[in-house]
Write a protein that binds this ligand. Sequence first.
Ligand code: CO8
Length: 260
Amino acid sequence: MSNYNNIVFEKQNNIGVLKINRPKALNALNTETICELAQVVKEIKNDPEVKVLIVTGEGRSFVAGADIVEMKDKTPEEARTFAGMAMEVFREIELMEKPVIAAVNGFALGGGCELSMSCDIRIAGEKAKFGQPEVGLGITPGFAGTQRLPRLVGTGKAKELIFTAKMISAEEAEKIGLANAVVPQEELMDKAMEMANQILANSPMAVKYAKSAINRGYETDIETGMYIEKDIFGLCFASEEQTEGMTAFVEKRKPDFGQK
Ligand code: CO8
């Protein structure tokens, strides 16, 4: 793995932990951080040892948004390009063929909330705060917040959060379905690891296909979605993991899907 200025990446067996590490600016996403994120995501995508990814932030923030200081004087074209760059990386995360858990340790605002929403699952520490404060800065969300937030919480709640620019607590985020769970702050990484290990106990291929069916199916009509499910379901039966999973059941033992 390369060395990064604003990102730390570590592997613990088959679990990758990606930490945004720019705590002096509450991990705000500047161009350098987005570029590094693109690079590390590419490396993780191509690393067969990483089967589950956890994304978190250093210090008291997950990510406090795009870097306002850097963004302030952008031209319309520069702003559009910057938004496109981040959207592309977040989409890579969303479509990565491995599950991604956001361990939201603090502020997840603007681009930070949007980063967390590109992950498959969000576990929040009790001090986490979510929000889309952009309209208070005279802009709209720009890293796909207007698209992913309504898909997660419905248009009514998404409009409320985006129009009011208010911050909500981890508990409120859980209540509206933005966070999957809220846990004591000091247990956050352990809980994220626990969930990663629960996922790891299963067939990585089946998890990968299930993620793809949910994502692709959600973006289309139900007939097409069911067609996708039928196809991937059939495909599972061409794999050693299906043979191993079902044989292990019949032999009354735990399946071995090759995890470390
Ligand atoms: N950008 C740059 N610097 C930041 C950011 C940020 N988003 N957030 C915090 N910082 C910096 C502060 O400037 C401060 O730096 P310094 O110590 O040098 O003064 C340091 O981090 C610590 O912050 P605070 O002193 O403000 O800490 P507080 O605990 O008082 O407040 C808050 C924490 C509430 C999180 C506060 O920092 C805050 O409101 N931050 C901004 C949050 C925000 O508005 N985020 C949304 C940004 S816009 C966005 O994400 C849009 C994405 C799409 C962009 C489209 C492309 C062009």
